[in-house]
Design a protein around this ligand. Structure first.
Ligand SMILES: [Zn+2]
Length: 325
């Protein structure tokens, strides 16, 4: 660990240049980065900040899937629908009929669509231009804004709930977005965030090879306890924490372990997304072994996820907040 004061290492959250290097990492294009911890706000961030070219390269069609859906297998989409439905059920508990709900980075819009299983709500979503936004635009109940959420998009106190599921860590201007959200949620309304837990067992064990670092797309991370303090400053108190995620956490174990065996990172994940170009130097038999490892170890890692969740050290976390009246 060493002190780091150069301009290449600007905190992704508060823009401070005072940070400590924690460990090295590399992205799927083999660009080298470090994960630094900000001395001012305690955020962990990717340094140097990726260039806009690196970011747009990482968000090309191979990320969201070139096909109809992100994953090439209909079974994977079915399983994801089960998790989206679970998120919808959890959020719906806090909502009254007619509530206005905004999902920032709504992907294909299926989480919002599932909310309607649990009540009558007014649905709003934002998604960056691309295939996901096209998919979301086909869900007619969603008022969709293509692009980022900007401060002028909605009036203050407009929404009963705003959610960001695995979106916060991607934001280029996270602090501005927090301020915008804190104004748009009504007093008594809720804000729900899920993100990778940098204080998790997986993060501490796998360091630069951890799946959920996802460089260069994930720009910064918070220890949940620091994030909760930040939200307090904006008038939000925690109402629930959800640590177990069979969608995110067991696969985090599988892929991070496999990352020790392959030169490139996330080979299995990219192959499941149908990114044929990325995996071309890996033989069919190699990929088959990786898939078998996945299938046979998943139940065990689902079990270990339950155990680490007891200590609040799961790889990802979902936190719901209520805005003070
Ligand atoms: Zn900072």
């Amino acid at each position: 660990m060493s002190d780091n004061k150069n301009n290449q290492s600007i905190c992704g959250y508060c823009k401070s240049i005072e940070s400590v290097v924690k460990y090295k990492t590399f992205d799927i294009f083999d660009n080298q980065f470090t994960i630094n911890k900000c001395k001012n706000c305690n955020a962990y961030f990717l340094a140097p900040r990726p260039t806009s070219e690196q970011i747009s390269q990482a968000y090309d069609s191979s990320y969201y899937g070139e096909k109809e859906e992100k994953f090439s297998s209909p079974l994977v989409e079915k399983i994801l629908d089960y998790f989206r439905s679970g998120r919808a059920r959890r959020v719906s508990k806090y909502l009254k009929a007619g509530a206005k709900v905004l999902d920032v980075g709504c992907g294909n819009g299926r989480f919002l669509k599932y909310l309607l299983k649990y009540g009558t709500f007014e649905l709003y979503g934002t998604e960056m231009e691309g295939n996901s936004a096209k998919r979301a635009s086909r869900v007619k109940e969603i008022n969709l804004k293509t692009g980022t959420l900007d401060s002028g998009d909605f009036e203050d106190n407009f929404f009963d709930a705003i959610s960001l599921f695995h979106v916060f860590e991607h934001l280029v201007e996270p602090k501005e977005t927090i301020i915008t959200i804190s104004k748009m949620v009504k007093p008594g309304g809720i804000a729900v965030f899920s993100f990778p837990n940098i204080a998790s067992f997986q993060a501490r064990f796998f360091k630069g090879k951890w799946l959920h670092l996802d460089p260069p797309r994930h720009l910064f991370f918070f220890d949940p306890k620091d994030f909760i303090e930040i939200m307090k400053e904006y008038g939000f108190n925690v109402i629930s924490k959800h640590n177990v995620s069979f969608e995110q956490n067991p696969f985090g174990m599988v892929q991070s372990l496999l990352n020790f065996t392959t030169k490139k990172r996330e080979v299995l994940f990219e192959s499941l997304k149908g990114n044929a170009n990325y995996i071309k130097e890996y033989s069919k038999i190699n990929l088959l072994f990786q898939k078998l490892f996945f299938v046979f170890t998943m139940p065990f890692f689902a079990f270990t996820d339950l155990i680490v969740a007891l200590f609040g050290k799961s790889a990802t976390i979902e936190i719901s907040f209520r805005k003070k009246l």
